[in-house]
Design a protein around this ligand. Structure first.
Ligand SMILES: [Zn+2]
Length: 106
């Protein structure tokens, strides 16, 4: 009679263990599928990622946040690409050498 009382507990423990292992297997399966899907998505959509990273790298290098007004033609030019001339200790920014020469002549 003692053995017959033990059996349901063992069955229950095995039932829980099997369900736990099944759940674990399911989680692993989902992770593997997600990883596989991510790999395929990266392989298919890998090309757009390249130019995006390149553009961000170029933007970081340029740091074109600061704009200066060309005193000759009034155009705003980025400090990075402007034609610079120091006049009375102040750096002036021009859109082109022509504007710089015009300012000097004036
Ligand atoms: Zn100009």
């Amino acid at each position: 009679m003692g053995a017959s009382r033990e059996a349901p507990i063992v069955f229950l423990m095995r039932f829980i263990l099997i369900n736990f292992v099944r759940l674990l297997f399911l989680v692993v399966l989902v992770m593997v599928l997600r990883a596989a899907f991510g790999y395929v998505a990266r392989a298919l959509g890998g090309r757009p990622a390249g130019p995006v990273s390149g553009a961000s790298a170029a933007g970081g290098r340029g740091s074109s946040g600061e704009l200066k007004k060309d005193p000759v033609c009034g155009v705003f030019v980025s400090v990075q690409s402007s034609v610079k001339k120091t006049i009375d200790g102040e750096v002036m920014h021009f859109c082109s050498a022509a504007c710089r020469d015009k300012f000097r002549a004036a």
